[in-house]
Design a protein around this ligand. Structure first.
Ligand code: ADP
Ligand code: MN
Ligand code: MN
Ligand code: MN
Length: 335
């Protein structure tokens, strides 16, 4: 029997922002990846005297880094009695998606991130700052963008893994980039975001660069990093009314969402740099200073989707998608 390498990924208990962990299992080619375990006392998920946590596979894809028949196995963390661990946010996301399955919710998540070379963003001078923002967004040239070879390799890896990556672009702050995953249903879209994040860290690592999801990596007049979450139900894809109807529901639950959209929201949602202040809720067509934006083509076509601009780059996409489903679909059923 020939053997393959399976890279098991899971989300730890780190505070305030969870991080990814992984380890390798050598297993028989073609076999289903089995349930496995890890030492939860080393990941802030268990006490030393009862340290075992369970890794339960939820999503498997080809490993584009090791190639061949090797695989990546995204897992959720369970207790030894097979109930969801308290750090497991996927279980509730899957539950919400199941409850509202008739709404056929889909998501496209824009994952922004920043490359770091040691303590400074990649390409920044050792002392001081680069030229002010203006030419970097979707820029080209060695004085405008930094790390493109990593970005290209990451995009290829996501495609080889079969993830639904839909594009990449250089961002407003130099060293900052974005890719998008979707449109895909939950919880799969979030599984894919977590796997794509791991691929990003792993590929950047081989260049001696660290990719970071900090929401406001540089203080001052520099854009933060978000995870705009584009959302539609079947009825939104058919007509415009349900899109505007969702705004009242999102407004009523604004602070709940803000509190669960990632660490450091007040630093990023200031009202500057294409954001709405965290303490306000506003929606608008084409408005990049709103909490929720309706793209102009959606208004023109009279159907489509909405963009929640509030989630931080460091958000947990299981939590964001779960909350959007529950807030919007429960309201749609009540009117
Ligand atoms: P922006 O103009 O905000 O930068 P992007 O092109 O980066 O927009 O991202 C738009 C996202 O919207 C893509 O990830 C795409 O998959 C997603 N999207 C498109 N149509 C829908 C839809 N009907 N429902 C949910 N998401 C959608
Ligand atoms: Mn975008
Ligand atoms: Mn962006
Ligand atoms: Mn956007």
């Amino acid at each position: 029997m020939s053997k393959i390498k399976a890279e098991y990924l899971w989300i730890d208990g780190n505070e305030p922002t969870r991080t990814l962990r992984s380890k390798t299992k050598v297993m028989d080619e073609g076999a289903d990846p089995p349930v496995w375990g890890f030492d939860g006392s080393s990941t802030n998920q268990a006490a030393g005297e009862s340290s075992d946590c369970v890794l339960s596979p939820v999503f498997t894809c080809p490993d584009p880094i090791r190639g061949g028949k090797n695989i990546i196995v995204m897992c959720e963390v369970l207790n030894t009695d097979m109930t969801p661990h308290e750090t497991n946010t996927r279980a509730a996301c899957a539950g919400a998606a199941e409850r509202y399955t008739s709404h056929e919710c889909i998501f496209g998540i824009e994952q922004e991130y920043t490359f770091f070379d040691g303590i400074k963003p990649l390409g920044w001078p050792d002392n001081g700052f680069p030229a002010p923002q203006g030419g970097y967004y979707c820029g080209v040239g060695a004085d405008e963008v930094y790390g493109r070879e990593i970005v290209e390799e990451h995009m290829d890896a996501c495609m080889k893994a079969g993830l639904e990556i839909s594009g990449i672009n250089a961002e407003v702050m130099p060293g900052q980039w974005e890719y998008q995953i979707g449109p895909v249903a939950a919880p799969a879209v979030a599984d894919q975001i977590w796997v794509s994040r791991w691929l990003l860290y792993r590929i950047a690592e081989s260049y001696g660069v660290s990719a970071k999801l900090d929401a406001k990596p540089v203080k001052g007049d520099w854009n933060g990093a978000g995870a705009h979450t584009n959302f539609s139900t079947k009825s939104m894809r058919e007509s415009y009314g349900p899109i505007e109807a969702a705004m009242a529901a999102l407004e009523a639950k604004h602070m709940d969402h803000i509190e669960n959209y990632g660490a450091g929201i007040p630093e990023r949602l200031t009202g500057l740099h294409e954001t709405c202040p965290w303490s306000e809720f506003r929606w608008g067509v084409s408005d990049r200073g709103a909490s929720i934006r309706i793209p102009w083509q959606v208004k023109r076509d009279g159907k489509g989707y909405l963009e929640d601009r509030r989630p931080n780059a460091n958000c947990d996409p299981y939590v964001v998608t779960q909350m959007m489903i529950e807030t919007i679909c429960s309201h749609a059923e009540s009117i």
